[in-house]
Write a protein that binds this ligand. Structure first.
Ligand code: ADP
Length: 231
C-alpha cells in the first residue's frame, strides 16, 4: 500500500514541486499517475523510492514509514518494490536469462529456485526464445518485457513503472500496459504507472491520478475508450 499524507516537497532552490499531496493506493490496485512535463511526477517517484525525503508530511510504502526509516532498513525496503524504468536499465553484457536471474542472485536465492523462476518469468513475458540473446539484440518492447520479468521475479507486492512506454514504438506501447495490467490481475501486485501520455490513459481507463503543478487535480476512476468501444 502507498499512503501519502499531507506531503509537500521542495527542492534546495526553493521550488515547491509537490504541494500538500494526499494519495492512498490500496493493495492490489492499478493506478496511473498522469501529468504534463514539470507536473511533479518524478518528484513523487523519488519520494516513493526514498531517493529523497518529503519536506513535510508522511510517506508510507509497503508498511515502511519512509521519513523514519533507518539507513540499515533501506535495502530491505527497496527490495519490496519492483521498478521498471523508461530506459530499461538492463545489464548489456548479460543475456536475457542472466538479467532476470541476477535479480534473484543478489538476494542469495537457491540455485534450484532460480532455475525454476527465471524460465517461468520468461514464459510469462513471451521471451523464452530470446533467453540467450543480449539486450542490444532486442527491440525496445522486448527489452521492456525483460525489465518486467526482472521486476516481477522477486514477487514484490508493488511494481512502480516510470514512463515504461517512453522508449517504445507506439504500436508496442499498448502491449506493455496490457502486460502490466495482467501482472496486476494475476499476481495481485499493486501497480503504479507514471506517464505523461494522457491519450494512453484515456484508452485504458481505471484509477487515474492527474497531477499538475505539484497538485492532485483529479483522482477518480474513468471508463477507458477501449471499454466504451466494446459496449
Ligand atoms: P515531472 O516529472 O512531472 O516532469 P518533476 O517532478 O521533475 O516533474 O518537476 C516538478 C517541479 O520541480 C518542476 O517545476 C521542476 O522544474 C522542478 N524541479 C525538478 N527537479 C528539480 C531540481 N533538481 N531542482 C530544482 N527544481 C527541480
Amino acid at each position: 500500500m502507498i499512503d501519502l499524507i499531507d506531503v509537500s516537497f521542495q527542492y534546495g532552490n526553493g521550488t515547491e514541486a509537490l504541494h500538500d499531496i494526499n494519495l492512498r493506493i490500496n493493495n492490489g490496485e492499478f493506478a496511473f499517475i498522469v501529468g504534463s512535463s514539470g507536473a511533479g511526477k518524478s518528484s513523487i517517484l523519488k519520494l516513493l523510492l526514498r531517493e529523497t525525503l518529503a519536506t513535510s508530511g508522511q510517506v508510507i510504502v509497503n508498511g515502511f514509514d519512509l521519513n523514519r526509516l533507518k539507513p540499515s532498513q533501506v535495502p530491505k525496503f527497496r527490495r519490496s518494490i519492483g521498478v521498471v524504468f523508461q530506459d530499461f536499465r538492463l545489464i548489456p553484457d548479460m543475456t536475457v536469462y542472466e538479467n532476470v536471474a541476477f535479480s534473484l542472485r543478489v538476494t542469495d536465492r537457491p540455485v534450484k529456485e532460480i532455475r525454476r523462476r527465471v524460465p517461468e518469468m520468461l514464459e510469462l513475458m513471451n521471451l523464452k526464445h530470446k533467453a540467450r540473446q543480449h539486450p542490444y539484440e532486442l527491440s525496445g518492447g522486448e527489452q521492456q518485457r525483460v525489465a518486467l520479468a526482472r521486476a516481477l521475479v522477486n514477487d514484490p507486492p508493488l511494481i512502480i513503472a516510470d514512463e515504461p512506454t517512453g522508449n517504445i514504438d507506439p504500436e508496442f506501447s499498448y502491449e506493455i500496459v496490457e502486460l502490466l495490467q495482467r501482472i496486476n490481475r494475476e499476481h495481485k501486485t499493486t501497480l503504479l504507472m507514471v506517464t505523461h501520455e494522457h491519450e494512453m490513459v484515456k484508452y485504458f481507463g481505471g484509477r487515474t491520478v492527474n497531477i499538475e503543478q505539484g497538485n492532485i487535480v483529479f483522482d477518480d476512476y474513468i471508463v477507458g475508450s477501449k471499454d466504451e468501444e466494446s459496449r
